[in-house]
Design a protein around this ligand. Structure first.
Ligand code: ZN
Length: 179
């Protein structure tokens, strides 16, 4: 079954990596993202893309490999969730994501949304525990992060008739984050 294969593949690829603020094993993040998607009742391709969404950006795994192992639909969703060129400056990379997501298919928006829901949940939790020290672990300060997450939200809702529950969940976190 593809989902079990994806769990094994993602666990191997992210082996040894840790989250930058709280240093917990990195794989817990893709697991949580895929659980959010499964809880919302999304189909197997979307849940699988949730498990694999950071493979291309953060490991030696490639889109071609994901395509051959998990199919074209999953690979396309992962591509939407991946930043292009890691050597570009932070603002350029983040702006690229905001722009790309704006006209992305709903399935791709949902995967990106689950990623951001989990990241914002962690950031809000870490900020509660560490205060403003938390921003030392990031490439940019809180104001920049607020700009980024607000931009993502606006792109996610662009062109949608109604907002899926996961996007509403993101909006609640965003309001909390922006104070
Ligand atoms: Zn992620």
């Amino acid at each position: 079954m593809d989902l079990l294969k994806a769990i094994t593949y993602a666990t191997e690829k992210h082996d040894g990596q840790r989250r930058k603020v709280d240093k917990i094993p990195y794989i817990s993040h893709p697991y949580r993202v895929s659980m959010l998607l499964a809880t919302e009742g999304y189909d197997k391709e979307i849940v699988t893309a949730g498990l694999l969404h950071d493979i291309v950006e953060d490991t030696d795994g490639t889109l071609d490999e994901i395509k051959s192992l998990f199919g074209e639909i999953v690979a396309e969703l992962v591509q939407y969730a991946s930043e292009p060129d890691k050597s570009l400056p932070w603002e350029k990379r983040k702006q690229h994501t905001i722009t790309t997501i704006k006209h992305a298919p709903l399935a791709a928006k949902i995967v990106v949304c689950a990623d951001k829901v989990d990241n914002l949940t962690s950031i809000i939790e870490n900020e509660k525990q560490l205060g403003s020290k938390v921003w030392n672990s990031f490439k940019r300060d809180k104001a920049s992060q607020q700009w980024y997450y607000t931009g993502i939200y606006e792109s996610l809702i662009h062109g949608l008739q109604e907002q899926p529950p996961l996007i509403n969940q993101f909006k609640k976190l965003l309001d909390q984050f922006n104070g």
